[in-house]
Design a protein around this ligand. Structure first.
Ligand SMILES: Cc1cc2nc3c(=O)[nH]c(=O)nc-3n(C[C@H](O)[C@H](O)[C@H](O)COP(=O)(O)O)c2cc1C
Length: 221
């Protein structure tokens, strides 16, 4: 009797451990699947409407950008990433200036479309004073610090782009760096190096299906 009782307790305990392990594994798998699905849903959306989806505010977007910039890993934890959001008249004024600084014809179509159809623009920078200080403090890595700053900016750009997708926004990434820099609000520090512009709005037309190259990741044991 005593033996049967002990045996049952062991069986019950094993069952509990099995259930809990299964739950943890399934839980991890579903959040990984959700993450990968979100990553796969981010696309370049050129066909935008100058509005935010219902329930989304510009402060939601600000929170996304602030969190992404804060949490993106950077070389030596130097945190050179900086960003601003343009919307309303400032967004229009900046893109209008880009149109005027671009040769007439087809080249003007993209900036004109950002001016007229995007709701706003997130501009990504890195603080060059941080990069320069690292170069002087760690001469051995001198040439790689600007590359790492650009990589850390790229990481923040893609994470922001993906997070906007989860808010139901469409976005496309542009590089009108020199033309934009010339007309930025006065307040932007001169030592902020501009990397890119992520133009966003409501999705007017979804992009065409994307094709992929075969890219197998091999495991070497
Ligand atoms: C580093 C980088 C630079 C890019 N530069 C531009 C750009 O200047 N203009 C543009 O329209 N798209 C740009 N794109 C968007 C790519 O063309 C686009 O991501 C690619 O065609 C894949 O399409 P998808 O974004 O729909 O997945 C850039 C993307 C990356 C990652």
């Amino acid at each position: 009797m005593n033996f049967v009782f002990k045996f049952l307790i062991v069986v019950l305990l094993l069952q509990k451990v099995y259930q809990q392990t299964n739950q943890i594994l399934l839980g991890n798998m579903s959040s990984t699947a959700t993450f990968l699905k979100t990553l796969s849903s981010r696309r370049t959306v050129y066909s935008l409407k100058p509005a935010l989806p219902a329930g989304v505010t510009i402060n939601n977007i600000q929170e996304v950008v602030e969190t992404v910039v804060k949490q993106t890993p950077t070389a030596f934890n130097s945190q050179p990433n900086r960003a601003i959001i343009l919307t309303g008249e400032t967004h229009k004024k900046v893109w209008d200036a880009v149109v005027k600084n671009t040769p007439a014809g087809d080249a003007q179509k993209r900036p004109a479309s950002e001016r007229d159809t995007a709701y706003g623009t997130i501009i990504f920078f890195s603080d060059e004073s941080i990069t320069k200080k690292l170069q002087s403090d760690f001469a051995f890595y001198h040439d790689i610090f600007p590359v790492w700053a650009a990589e850390a900016s790229g990481a923040a750009q893609i994470s922001t782009w993906t997070a906007l997708e989860t808010l139901g926004l469409g976005a496309n990434l542009q590089h009108y760096n020199a033309a934009i820099e010339a007309v930025l609000p006065e307040k932007i520090p001169k030592n902020w190096k501009i990397h890119s512009q992520l133009c966003f709005g409501s999705v007017d037309q979804a992009p065409a299906e994307k094709t992929f190259v075969e890219n197998k990741v091999e495991i070497f044991n």
